[in-house]
Design a protein around this ligand. Structure first.
Ligand code: CP3
Length: 363
């Protein structure tokens, strides 16, 4: 296999684990790939286990079932990485906030709107609740094939705070923005607790076997410039520093979905090794501006997986041709949607595995 190191030499060149090599800045003859939400409702075997477990949260907290669900897409499609099966909202639950998932409605939390409630958050108490997640990671490290990298994850503080303050999903983020804009010092009580809890949670995930971690900032794109810097970039940087004080070498992927031109400042300042791109990021700009500074991951619109045929294939080829020559991880621009036919994912896997950066450069 041809591999020409670009920015810096991988800590483990020749490692079987393509994801670790790409995140260390290597350009590979074909990129590693995995898909956000690769385990989930589009797979009949997931729906079956989910029914057995009773609820989504029971699935998350049962190490045997969560291990099985994590492995399901790997068996079918042989992705280069497995992502822990859990949810970003386990952290607020572990800090003492109530959480339920209502069928067809999504998450419901008790809204957190006051300084005194923020002061009662328990970032130091999370590990009892989250112990089953660590057990899932230990089992996965035993079960996974040697070429497959294990990814741990958490929500970034801003995104998790939106769910905590709004009490669930939101269209306009009215309450959380009002608090952040009107009383930033009070709101920072929520963000600081999340920084501490999230860094310690990720450190424990790495101790349990996660080899890479991803921070999901799904709602990074709803803030103005200065607030994006304060509530998205700085907290992720603080988490990266705290995590690296325990695990200096763990690669970190940041995913500030919807950040637009803000992606450039994020890559420069958030302290991440790689950045996840949503599907609106222009590929030439991503290659010239972002990929020069960090590995990039993305960014197929998951709805292209519903159409397959020439349209899907052309879009996959376009992304591979633009980004496949530098450090790159093929992924979606956001989570896979439940209506996705599994055969279309199989075709995507075939195309990415068949890509050859050398051929692409010569043609
Ligand atoms: O990617 C993976 O396969 C790993 C598992 C994973 C889940 N959620 C499982 C899940 C990961 C990494 C997440 C992250 C997550 N969770 C995010 C950030 C990424 C994103 O998608 O924006 C957010 C915002 C959440 C919060 C969350 N969890 C919501 C809003 C919902 C309800 C919406 C929905 O799709 O049902 C969930 C539920 C959830 N998380 C499911 C899964 C498989 C569906 C649960 C079910 O089986 O009904």
């Amino acid at each position: 296999m041809e591999n020409r190191p670009t920015t810096h030499q991988s800590d483990n060149p020749g490692s079987e684990k393509l994801l670790l090599r790409a995140l260390a800045g290597e350009r590979l003859s074909r990129p590693p790939f995995w898909l956000m939400r690769q385990a989930g409702r589009y797979l009949p075997e997931y729906r079956q286990l989910r029914q057995q477990a009773g609820s989504f949260l029971e699935l998350c907290y049962d190490p045997a079932l969560a291990t099985e669900v994590t492995l399901q897409p790997i068996r079918r499609f042989a992705m280069d990485a497995a992502i822990l099966f859990a949810d970003i909202l386990l952290v607020p639950q572990a800090m003492g906030r109530s959480l339920t998932f209502r069928e067809g409605e999504g998450p419901v939390l008790e809204p957190l709107r006051r300084r005194d409630e923020a002061a009662r958050l328990r970032p130091e108490a999370i590990h009892d609740t989250l112990a089953p997640v660590y057990e899932t990671l230990r089992r996965l490290r035993v079960e996974l094939p040697p070429a497959v990298t294990l990814i741990g994850f958490a929500g970034a503080p801003w995104t998790v705070a939106t769910y905590m303050v709004e009490g669930g999903s939101s269209r306009d983020f009215a309450n959380v923005k009002r608090w952040a804009f009107e009383d930033p010092d009070g709101f920072s009580g929520v963000i600081d607790a999340l920084v501490e809890a999230t860094a310690d949670y990720l450190a424990a995930q790495v101790t349990a076997g996660a080899e890479v971690v991803q921070l999901f900032d799904t709602w990074a794109g709803v803030l103005p410039e200065r607030d994006f810097e304060r509530w998205c970039v700085q907290p992720v940087r603080a988490i990266a520093e705290r995590l690296r004080s325990v695990h200096p070498d763990v690669p970190i992927i940041g995913f500030p979905r919807g950040a637009g031109a803000g992606y450039a400042g994020y890559v420069a300042a958030a302290g991440v090794d790689a950045v996840g791109l949503d599907w609106t990021v222009p590929l030439a700009w991503a290659r010239d501006v972002l990929q020069a500074q960090a590995a990039v991951q993305g960014n197929l619109d998951p709805r292209y997986l519903l159409v397959r045929g020439a349209a899907m294939e052309a879009e996959i080829e376009r992304i591979l041709a633009a980004l496949g020559g530098g450090p790159f991880v093929f992924n979606l621009g956001h989570g896979i949607v439940p209506e996705t036919p599994p055969e279309h994912v199989a075709r995507l896997a075939e195309l990415v595995r068949g890509f050859d950066a050398g051929d692409a450069a010569r043609s």
